[in-house]
Design a protein around this ligand. Sequence first.
Ligand code: UD1
Length: 417
Amino acid sequence: MAKLIIEGGRALKGQITVQGAKNAALPILAAAMLIPEPVRIGNCPRLTDVEHMAGLLRALGCRVDWTGDGLVVDAGCARTAALPEDLAGSIRSSVFLLGPLLGRFGAAEAPYPGGCDIGNRPVDLHLKGFRAMGVKVDEASGRIRCLGRPRGTEIALEYPSVGATENLLMAACGAEGDTILVNPAREPEIDDLMAFLNGAGFDLRREGSSRIRVRGGRRGHGTAHAILPDRIEAGTYLTAAAITGGHLVLRGARKEHLSALLTALKEAGCRIRSEGTDLDIEGPERPKELRRLVTLPYPGFPTDMQSQVFALCTVARGTSVLEENVFEDRFRHGAELRRMGADCDLRGRSAVIRGVKSLHGATVTARDLRGGAALALAGLRADGVTVMEQAERIDRGYVDFAATLRQAGAAIRREDD
Ligand code: UD1
């Protein structure tokens, strides 16, 4: 168990370099399973979720080693297509291994991922897609058992799920014949996965914004790929500058992946300039309210930034309305922020946040990864000391979160029990 102890009231100042994206690293590591030769995945963030995925690959018989800023995965000696219960239960993205295992071995088995801390997260779209590819899927006794070599076909997703898109693309690489995915997710991490797979000898192409074609029947070979910068990590630090009235330069950020957030931060009164891959942000003394912010699949406003922007709205001049459209239970940080003096009403998928002049330090609990980040940002702004419990939840998505903020002038330290 870990705690973050934050003395608020200091404006952030300095430079932060953006790490590789967690949400690209996880499916790309899983995709390495498709390739019977060593692959190098550079700019890979050393996060607990990434370590868990590396553990899963090892349990399947792969060699996985850290070298420099990346991981080398050799799936050449992978033998089994069944994921062990104890390891797979601890990380939701173990479900990403189903697609590549099917593509490689024509069989895959994993524990059912179940719900998680931001709501019930079904995998029906993944499994429906596998079935459309002719795979037999059995969901009895809490495990998902998939059997049969996937066959290329046209699959239309009812919703552009990120995970289902990735899983189906990976299964399609090992399929017989071509697969056309209609209404795929458009998140940049999908394109990073496609770039990795294309570099390994597969053939995936977007046809306009609403279709991806995958040519089947190819064998993957060794390759090297550098993970794209993490837009959510970058967005979190930008929002930290915004809430503290600070001045930060984010190095290595891709502003084209941050458009919806940058629009919101400008509406809140931030000054943002970009030069090459640097983003320079100056926060206002007190943010303006966000009239109505709605989370949507990319290129809409990302659900993974909703909690951090929620924290920003708690100290805005007026009333903000946030609508969460992607996950059903993603406002748990609201109740924690109230302990710090926030004034908000939560009803179903909507939050009404009446900005207060100041927050005060309190003892709060990180209920999920991004909600935890949001509480830390509120703590940076609040008067007095905030103690955030269950801070280890933040390690899933941020490398050295406290140390990074400390370098930018925050008074924040971590205590591990
Ligand atoms: C990924 C990201 C996560 C992000 C989310 C949305 C990773 C490792 N995680 O999660 O950080 O918040 O995208 O941008 O990349 N759904 C179904 N059936 C399915 C699949 C999804 O109903 O088979 C629903 C989910 O319950 C949720 C919505 O679709 O309400 C979005 O989920 P999805 O896009 O699949 O997100 P993840 O891939 O789980």
